[in-house]
Design a protein around this ligand. Structure first.
Ligand code: CP
Length: 321
């Protein structure tokens, strides 16, 4: 039975069995080339409307491990600027409609993977996921999100893989998602997605801590405990996931840049010798301190390495007949 509801992968809701995907990913980690002909003769187009390092590289490695040919297209810097609105009068700077471009990608590729980003200016537009939904509507081939306006599913699957492979006790881990300061207004994608996946997974005691006014969309955080006192939230934590996000309610703003929210070794003393996670890239000594990133608490390199196995698990499920 497929571990995906359909052949798209844009949200936790597309996964029928998260632990099944984790197990497949860990099998690929142990034996990367075990399905090296599964994607023979198939191509994955990777469209980047925004910058990326880990997602771009790990997806290519995963595709090649399965025998697929990845083709990268930096739409944002190399392609025609795309229009996504239906019935747009295209008299401005946008040269090509997604309605025309997406079916062509569907002719060139067997799977289409896309990275977009939110505007952070218009919540309704961003949260409608117009870009990725237009590709789903018009490409006619499976769509994989490499991060969209509101979610980052391959990152979140990776995060659960990393927790699963490192937690050895016979109880649920306490997992804390903590907001951290940043100099720029960042999307809510990683925090939304981590909340959505952790809730759906259901195998962690999940707490989110953030300053007042940084509430996330409750459709993603519904099973989490929200605790505004970071120190209280950290008590007994086994994993601390650090991430900045801009405000959701009064959309895309920075209300707080209090450096007291940056995680330190001193703060970790109240945890259960917690492991610290971050999706990267990270602003050192703003979002997360050197003393943590350079310590044995940090899982960030292992976590980023696991991006390959998450992508390979998802692609293999799409490729399987
Ligand atoms: N975590 C992550 O998505 O990294 P990149 O933006 O470098 O792909």
């Amino acid at each position: 039975m497929s571990l995906l509801k359909n052949k798209n992968f844009v949200s936790a809701e597309d996964a029928t069995d998260i632990n099944g995907l984790v197990n497949i990913a860990l099998e690929y980690k142990a034996n990367p080339l075990k399905d090296k002909i599964l994607g023979d003769g198939k191509r994955i187009g990777c469209l980047f409307l925004n910058p990326s390092m880990r997602t771009r590289l790990s997806t290519q490695v995963a595709a090649r491990n399965l025998g697929m040919e990845p083709i990268i297209f930096n739409v944002g810097s190399e392609g025609w600027q795309l229009e996504f609105e239906e019935e747009a009068i295209m008299s401005g700077s946008k040269s090509e409609h997604v309605k025309d471009a997406a079916p062509i990608f569907g002719k060139y590729f067997d799977v289409l993977a896309i990275r977009t980003f939110p505007s952070l200016a218009n919540k309704e537009d961003d949260y409608s996921e117009l870009y990725i939904n237009q590709f789903i509507k018009y490409a006619g081939i499976p769509i994989v999100s490499l991060e969209s306006a509101t979610l980052h599913p391959l990152q979140s699957l990776t995060d659960i893989i990393t927790i699963q492979e490192t937690f050895k006790e016979k109880r649920k881990p306490k997992v804390v998602l903590t907001w951290a300061p940043h100099v720029k207004a960042l999307p809510q994608c990683v925090a939304n997605s981590f909340s959505q996946w952790t809730s759906q997974w259901g195998e962690a005691d999940f707490v989110i801590t953030h300053p007042e006014d940084y509430e996330l969309d409750t459709k993603f955080t519904n099973s989490a405990v929200i605790e505004h006192d970071q120190n209280k939230a950290l008590e007994g934590a086994d994993y601390v996931y650090v991430k900045n996000w801009s405000t959701y309610t009064d959309y895309g703003k920075i209300y707080c840049n209090d450096p007291e929210w940056m995680l330190t070794l001193d703060k970790l003393k109240q945890t259960n010798n917690a492991k610290v996670m971050h999706c990267l890239p990270v602003r050192r000594n703003v979002e997360l301190s050197d003393e943590i990133l350079d310590s044995s608490h940090s899982l960030v390199t292992q976590e980023a390495g696991n991006r390959v196995w998450a992508a390979q698990a998802v692609l293999s499920e799409i490729l399987k007949p």
